[in-house]
Design a protein around this ligand. Structure first.
Ligand SMILES: [Zn+2]
Ligand SMILES: [Zn+2]
Length: 216
């Protein structure tokens, strides 16, 4: 069994089916590792991957590289693109890999006898050579590696909602430490009754803090 078949089996098991985008994800992951001379899966933990979409391709990339959202070695910045940037922590070099624009048509040419376009893609994406399937672009990150990784053990509480913020994702506004939601970047709005509960919880927390300060 070839490594790609093994990886695809692994990917499909976690995904409940195998699909063309998972195969593309696996190919992205394999080429990312190959470019930096990293064995798959990346047991040395050299890679940080930024995926530009969620969905099937992410499972493929994870199956190939061992980098997952859970182990913090894969981030999703959702640009709605099947593309990934691989950062080699050892050299700090980064490459962005993106499927070539014509791969759907190319798939029909490679597997002309497939019963449908989907099957042609599923099969072709496993066999089309890297240079005909994917483009590799050397890139420089606009955010620093330190920012991307942050300090995993670090935590503070938001001075407005009181909730704990980990991984240095807090925002400093004048003298206040705020979570991104309280700093105005919220993707949700609390309902009125929940706002009151949150306010009471916050008041209680402030009292605890004051009491703590008195003891010092
Ligand atoms: Zn899928
Ligand atoms: Zn907050």
């Amino acid at each position: 069994m070839t490594p790609i078949k093994q990886i695809l089996e692994q990917s499909a098991a976690g995904h409940s089916h195998l699909c063309p985008r998972q195969v593309l994800g696996v190919r992205l992951g394999l080429l990312g590792c190959e470019t930096f001379g990293i064995e798959v899966p990346d047991k040395e933990k050299r890679l940080i991957i930024i995926m530009e979409t969620d969905g099937c391709a992410v499972d493929g990339v994870s199956a190939a590289t061992g980098c997952t959202v859970g182990n913090r070695r894969l981030r999703v910045l959702d640009y709605g693109k099947i593309a990934a940037t691989f950062v080699d922590m050892q050299s700090a070099n980064a490459i962005r890999i993106v499927p070539r624009i014509d791969i759907r048509e190319e798939a029909q040419r490679w597997v002309a006898d497939a019963e449908c376009k989907w099957t042609a893609q599923l099969k072709a994406y496993q066999i089309i050579p890297n240079n005909e399937l994917l483009d590799v672009q050397p890139v420089t990150l606009s955010i620093s590696l330190e920012e991307l990784l942050s300090k995993p053990g670090y935590r503070v509480n938001c001075s407005t909602c009181g909730e704990e913020i980990i991984n240095e994702r807090e925002v400093y506004l004048e003298d206040s430490v705020l979570c991104r939601a309280c700093a105005g970047e919220s993707y949700y709005q609390l309902r009125v009754e929940e706002k009151q509960t949150a306010f009471r919880r916050n008041e209680q927390m402030n009292r605890l803090w004051m009491a703590g300060e008195d003891c010092e």
